[in-house]
Structure formats: C-alpha cells, structure tokens
Design a protein around this ligand. Structure first.
Ligand code: 3PG
Length: 397
C-alpha cells in the first residue's frame, strides 16, 4: 500500500478487496468489526485522492443475486463510519457498477454489490474467474490498481481475491500486512508456554490445524461442539450432543499420541433442547444424560482452562467454547476469553466467531494483543498452507 501511495493515487480508480462478511440479523449488522478493520486502508486511499471502489462478499450465495445477501446494510455502515456517502452499485460488474464507478469523484468511495452474486467469482474454472477479473479491471480504466486488504478471504482462490491481482498492479493493504505480521509470531518461535484454545462445532473443520499445531504447542485446550467427539473417543456417552461419528477414531488417535498436551472438558452445561429457554443442568463430562445435549463447557472446565492459560506466554484462541449467542450457554466462552485477557500473554484471537464473541459479550478488546479478522484464513496460515491471495501479490502484475 505504501508503494502505491508513494506512486500517487490522486484521480486513479483503485479496487480494494475487503472482507466485509459481517454477521447480520435480517438487515442489522450484529458485529461491525470487519467493517471497522477495513476502514484505515479505504480512508488512506480516499484521503490521497483515489476513487475507491470496494469489492466484497457476504455469506455464500449461489452465484446469483439474493436480496438477503445484499451488501446494502454494509454500504450504509461503511458510509456512517467514513462520514461520507458510500454508493452501492446494484450489480457486480454490470451497468450499475460501470455507472457508479465511472461517475466517482476523487476521494469518494463506492461499493460493488456482493461479488458472489456473479458465478464466475467462485468458479473452479480459471478462465471464468479470469474473465470476471478482466471486467473488474475494465471498471477502473486507465491507471487502475488493486489493493488486497480482505485478510479473511486471502485463503480463497477467487476472482476478486486472486485472479484480479494477476491483471492489475497489485498491492497488499495495511490490514493484510498487519495480520500476517502478528500471525508470523505464532509460527516463528513463540514464547513458551504456548497454549492454543480451540472451539467451534466441527472437528472435521479443524483437524488439519490440530495436526499442524500439536507438535508446536505446549497445550491444546478443546471446547465447543467439537469437544464431544473427543469425549466420545474417551468412551463417554455424549447424549444428543454434536458428534462427528466418523472422526471419533481420529480423535482417539490424537488423544493416544498427544494425551499429555490435549485437554478436554471435565464438565458441561447440558440442555434438553437447542433453545435459550431450554431446561439446563451442569454435569460431569462422563454423565451427560441420554437425549440431552452439551451446549457449553462447565465451570470446572473454565477453571481448568483458565489455569493453563494463566501460565502461558503465548495464546491463540479460535472458536467459541459454547453456544455463546444464547445467554445460558455463554459463560464458558466468556470465562475462557476473560482468562486469556487476564493472562498477560501475547494473545491472538483468530476467527470471525471468536472475534464476534469478544465484542458481543462486551469483553474489553484491548485485553488481547490482536483480534484477527480472519477465521479460515488465520487457521490455514497456522497450518502452514500457502494463501493464494497473498502469494499472488508476490508474482508481480
Ligand atoms: C470468513 O467469514 O471467514 C470469510 O469472510 C470467508 O468467507 P467464506 O468462508 O465464505 O469464503
């Protein structure tokens, strides 16, 4: 980004790929963290006189416009935060996009409609993505440039993330650079003890990262829905809790090989159904009643996790410990987050959900060294995978 600013951007159209994939309740943004994180790069370009064209996705529409995935609420929020109107084009690269970007004043900001409304964005066929990328470039005209600032999507080989960087002069944005700098401290030589707290619903989603992290960490604390597959592997009956039966064997193998590092819940909050007004109880991890489901870690587990975290020098946390969106099942996530904030360790919160939990539960954001905007992207980075949206920036234009 600094290179581009040094070249001068006044009067040039600059396409910025941001990750504005925010949680919505209808048309209300429940956590605008990603919009806020996208601001600095957009603002710097606008202040330098660029005509800023922002591209982003929302959710996973199936390659066609769907009103519930419109970026309209995001354009409004972005405008409020910038203190200037952000015009939303009603399409991705169509007539509206051409007219909105064509009439953009120097220093003004426009947002294209959800790039995933165009099936070429996520196409597996490179030629299709390249065609869309060329249309993005055509919107910009002479002097156009691309800034990759959507850290949360750099693990996706998609037209507005990857292919467009091959047809335009491409630069890494400040957010992408800052995220990579922080995460590289975890993969380099982290200060020990290095404790990782993982949660979220599925073991299958996290298996690769678990396998990559185990040799590097001192402790791996497992909460969230995925913990029940591990409890099942220990021979416990998990009732109606989330269980990935196909992964019990893998979980057992991990426990056999790394039992000294892996810490699983010793108690859980169970409910008779998945609802905020369900009947609940707190039981030992070995005593989940038939037909009941575990929806949070229990207080003894919070204490156990907090004790591990308290002694750590480096902590990475990804994935909520329970269904924190429902009040009766929020205490585990809150307790773990608080323990991390209190630990004084170099702490990184990775992931859309855990970052949202920090803010929705009203925890002090400054209690953490870094709250990443990337969910899948930060996990893939820690797995040691190449991030296509970053690698492509090194390839020249
Ligand atoms: C995220 O929410 O992790 C990013 O916005 C990427 O979204 P995706 O998983 O739908 O590609």
């Amino acid at each position: 980004l600094e290179d581009l600013l040094a070249e001068g951007v006044a009067g040039r159209r600059v396409l910025v790929r941001s990750d504005l994939n925010v949680p919505l309740d209808g048309t209300t943004i429940t956590d605008d963290g990603r919009v806020r994180a996208a601001l600095p790069t957009i603002r710097r370009l606008a202040e330098a006189g660029a005509k800023v064209v922002v591209a982003a996705h929302l959710g996973r529409p199936k390659g066609a416009p769907e009103p519930k995935y419109s970026l309209a609420p995001v354009a409004a929020r972005l405008g409020e935060l910038l203190g200037a109107e952000v015009r939303l084009a009603g399409d991705v690269v169509g007539e509206q996009a051409k007219s909105v970007t064509g009439s953009l004043a120097d220093g003004a900001v426009a947002l294209l409609e959800n790039v995933r409304f165009d099936p070429r964005e996520t196409s597996k066929v490179e030629a299709e993505r390249a065609e869309l990328a060329a249309e993005f470039a055509a919107l910009l005209g002479e002097g156009g440039a691309f800034v990759s600032d959507g850290f949360g999507v750099v693990h996706r080989k998609q037209a507005s993330v990857y292919d467009v960087a091959r047809v335009l002069p491409a630069y890494a944005g400040g957010l992408v650079l800052a995220e990579l700098e922080v995460l590289s401290r975890l993969t380099g030589d982290p200060q020990r003890p290095y404790v990782v707290v993982l949660g979220g619903s599925k073991v299958s989603d996290k298996l690769a990262v678990i396998e990559a992290l185990l040799p590097k960490v001192d402790k791996l604390l497992i909460g969230g829905g995925m913990a029940f597959t591990f409890l099942s592997a220990q021979g416990h009956d998990v009732g109606a809790s989330l269980l990935e039966a196909d992964f019990v064997g893998t979980a057992r193998k991990l426990l056999d090989e790394h039992g000294d590092k892996i810490v699983v819940p010793v108690d859980v909050v169970v409910a008779d159904r998945f609802a905020a007004d369900a009947a609940t109880d707190t039981v030992g991890a070995e005593a989940i009643p038939a037909g009941w489901m575990g929806l949070d870690i229990g207080p003894r587990t919070v204490e156990l996790f907090a004790a591990e975290v308290a002694g750590a020098k480096t902590v990475f946390w990804n994935g909520p410990a329970g269904v924190f969106e429902l009040a009766p099942f929020a205490a585990g996530t809150r307790g773990v987050a608080q323990a991390i904030a209190d630990s004084g360790a170099f702490s990184v919160v990775g992931g859309g959900d855990s970052a949202a939990a920090v803010r929705l539960l009203g925890l002090p954001e400054d209690g953490f060294s870094h709250i990443s905007t990337g969910g899948g992207a930060s996990l893939e980075y820690l797995e040691g995978k190449e991030l296509p949206g970053v690698a492509v920036l090194g390839e020249g234009d």
